[in-house]
Design a protein around this ligand. Sequence first.
Ligand SMILES: Nc1ncnc2c1ncn2[C@@H]1O[C@H](COP(=O)(O)OP(=O)(O)OP(=O)(O)O)[C@@H](O)[C@H]1O
Length: 776
Amino acid sequence: MAAQTAAPGGVRDVEIAVEQAHLDRVYRRLEEKIHEAEFLMDDAAKRGQVGTPGALAERDAQVFRAGLHLNRLNAEFEDFLFGRIDLLQGKDGKRGADGAFTSLEPADDAVVNDAAKIAEVLHIGRIGVLDADYAPLVIDWRAPAAAPFYRSTPVAPGRVVRRRVIRSKGRRVLGVEDDLLRPELETGLPVVGDGALMAALGQARSHTMRDIVASIQAEQDMVIRAPAASVTEVTGGPGTGKTAVALHRAAYLLYQDRRRYAGGILVVSPTPLLVAYTEGVLPSLGEEGQVAIRAVGSLVDGAEADTYDEPAVARIKGSLRMLKVLRNAARGALEAPQAVKPQQQAALFEDDEDENEAEQRVSRTTLRVVAFGRRLELGEQELSSIRHNVLGGTAPVNLLRPRARKLLLDALWRKAGRRFDDQELAAEERQGFDEDISTEPEFLDFLQAYWPILTPRGVLAALADEKRLGRWARRVLTPPEVRRVARSLRRDGVTVHDVALLDELETLLGPPPRPKKRDADPLDMLTGLDEVTTSADRMGGGRRNRADRLDEERTEYAHVIVDEAQDLTPMQWRMVGRRGRTATWTIVGDPAQSSWTDPDEAAQAREEALGSRPRRRFTLTVNYRNPSEIADLAAKVLQLAMPGMESPRAVRSTGLVPRFAVAGADLGAAVRAEAELLLADVDGTVGVVVAMGRRGQARKWLAGLGERVVALGSLEAKGLEYDATIVVSPAEIADESPAGLRVLYVALTRATQRLTVLSGERDSPDESGVPDLLRD
Ligand SMILES: Nc1ncnc2c1ncn2[C@@H]1O[C@H](COP(=O)(O)OP(=O)(O)OP(=O)(O)O)[C@@H](O)[C@H]1O
């Protein structure tokens, strides 16, 4: 049998010293590589660009790789080296490119009479390191040889006998946690600790998500390493690691095929809070530049929406019915600009001084020019029929301006009534006419007023006029719906749901004609300067402004990851779909947590966004976040929200049952008192979830309690987690929208340790304080 578990200090210290010796070797080797790199860089600088192109490229690549190691080391990541597996002899004795045996199954004679010899020891870390003889000192966690570290289970151990998670900080090994996968074997291996997963799950939470690279579980690893063909769909209940898995998958895909994903990976997240929470995970995995994490309200350049429409308005704005309304508006805004009020008019058009001025001065109903010594005029009817003719197709409105210009010139030419027998002469005369007229200020001013360049924000602002919206939404929205939407658009600011409308309008309107590019700055042409300026920007000293950077941001990606996919509305699916027309996709979500009211319509839009690409489906079944005491309570709401839906299995139990409290007349005081109790109970964070309408109030209730506690509207709690959570008035949260019970289910599944449910006016608590919605 293996040596003792729950080791006394002696065995633990010996094992830590063993790993320390290995880590020292790794660092010595890295230092050698760094010296090599520095020598190479120095040498390269001395020799300039001498050598064949191939040799120069190879040298540059070496310098680059060495520089990366240098950066990673200087960053002194926690857990640079985090894992080790001790393996039996493989079946065929073949080794892969990284020097490790490739066989997953043990050789027939690897175990004799329950005694086994360890044939191979692999250390797993954030990057791969080879020694001077090309033997692996550290295997990159994403390499095939590292897969058994994650995939082996006691049921299917493969060659792994012991899996060890090593905890280190900088150059110091702090601890080890072992799992024995073949406890029946006599191997002489010491075993320390209670296992890494439980150690990780018990840790206090901060306001940022940690990577799970040291304790990825087998079913999660299957998703992370799934081939990136077409669409990978992952479903799983709360806390099953969907977000964590999605982010690790991004890092894995980049490792697998860096060239392919140079096209960028987009991670779409439901809220800015979740973006901020998850943003650090990829840098901790050594990946940053290629991955953009965006909230669904920040997918359109320049928009950073974090306010929500009331559910009834969100439902209209998110539905596919808006498509027809926006199509009408994109064309209608052009056809009836006289209906636009002056201040809206300015917003409706491209922000261009000259154009606005021109458009205010110039009549749109008559075009007058002088040619061949006479006045030519087009009247309202002719102009309207030309506009109608140009708008006949489906092309984006802003791109139709040249066609409108051409048809105006044609009509003026006909008015001029010139006749020629000689075709060549006629063509020449016509060309001269076009050149003369189209450079006349009167014609240019008229064109800008007649066919102004429309902006998405301008057209959206135009929808705020109830009468006009009523016209564009005829037979699509009911009059009360029109009133609601128009009223919501008259409020300040763009909401999360407006952003998808802006994106749709951008497609319908097409890009404005580009102003001429200024001459390129020769300094920008220097290779490598980009990276320097980007990091300078981040430190606040950048010389490029935000608009410039946004301008350069991608609009299409090589891989799109959608987190909390159950929440995208049909209009949002269209927006996200446009960013991944040729991409492969990973979509993670949980229908039971959907706050969208019409799942069928959303499913149809999702199908449209993904097209006929083949799907590969995975389900995650284990809840790593909530102790069973909290998961069991949440399961009751799940049965109300979606009868028959199965809850994930909680992986641990703490013995701490949720607390039920009832607020008196002063809800704020009760919330504050409960928050104080929890702050004393846990080391990490406390999240207080209230109905969306109480967000501002709740912040005030908690003022001065410190940074560990945060107030959240129920929709903002998506994806986040806290050591302890207070759910304030379940009934209020449930009543807020038709999907309220599912939103309540989300709120109840945020805590890793403690949960308090506080009943308010609308709840009916029993004598133990349990509100009706949470009773059996
Ligand atoms: N293999 C693992 N090792 C350690 N921690 C894990 C593991 N898997 C998940 N976790 C932790 O469990 C918690 C839940 O993970 P995550 O937020 O990714 O779940 P989710 O499925 O996206 O949840 P939700 O649907 O509720 O948003 C996180 O703290 C995560 O770090």
